[in-house]
Design a protein around this ligand. Structure first.
Ligand SMILES: *Cc1c(COP(=O)(O)O)cnc(C)c1O
Length: 219
């Protein structure tokens, strides 16, 4: 399978209201350009250094999403151009993003990453922490960020019921928040579990290997 076939196959499976974030981490600029040329505008990267290297080499109308854990001291490197930070997992990080966005005279979209996996290794806010941060946001504490939704990752398992159960926890929280303020994005689902995620209400999915092929983890 080549990239073009992979991309077209995935696109053809998606309902028109589901956003595809093409996760290009570890893949070269040439591969990203190839997918861009097929019409894709939204790309996800998980490392600050990698996205800051790729950004100047690619078309300026790409919307870059950061999807990996972000250290506070690195926010400044991406604040000038990042469209959305999907992996916001602490109050300290929100404050820093808000501050750096203000310095750059812009608003940065963020998703609150919520820990839904029972697996210990996955990061994210506890549900109660997400509620607290959302409340602060509704009270006007963060003027240069826009909380556009929630992001979550399910446990890495073959057990479809387990995955579904975890996704539905996030869908429920999304509905709760959505009552308080209209949210755009429920980001859940990756190459192996995006059909389940969509069935559970995801309207944005993050797909890497199913488009670009396997990653070389030695990098
Ligand atoms: C790498 C990554 C993805 C994409 O994973 P694939 O299995 O390659 O589709 C999605 N979300 C996050 C947070 C990732 O780090």
């Amino acid at each position: 399978m080549n990239i073009q076939e992979n991309y077209n196959r995935i696109k053809s499976q998606l309902p028109s209201d589901v956003q595809l974030v093409a996760v290009s981490k570890t893949h070269p600029v040439s591969a990203i350009q190839e997918v861009y040329d097929l019409g894709q505008k939204v790309f996800g990267e998980n490392k600050v250094q990698e996205v800051t290297e790729k950004y100047p080499l690619l078309p300026k109308d790409i919307q870059w999403h950061l999807i990996g854990h972000l250290q506070t001291n690195k926010v400044k490197y991406i604040a000038g151009f990042i469209d959305t930070i999907q992996s916001v997992d602490s109050e300290k990080l929100i404050r820093e993003i808000d501050k750096e966005a203000r310095k750059n005279n812009r608003t940065i979209n963020i998703l609150l990453q919520v820990k839904i996996a029972e697996e210990e290794s996955k990061s994210g806010l506890e549900i109660s922490e997400a509620r607290d941060l959302f409340e602060q946001y509704l009270n006007g504490e963060y003027q240069n960020i826009n909380i556009t939704g929630l992001m979550g990752m399910a446990t890495f398992t073959e057990d479809q019921d387990q995955i579904k159960k975890e996704f539905l926890v996030l869908k429920k929280l999304f509905d709760e928040f959505n009552q308080l303020k209209k949210l755009e994005t429920l980001s859940m689902g990756m190459s192996d579990d995006f059909p389940i995620a969509i069935a559970c209400g995801a309207n944005s999915i993050r797909v890497g290997s199913a488009i670009f092929g396997r990653r070389d983890y030695s990098r």
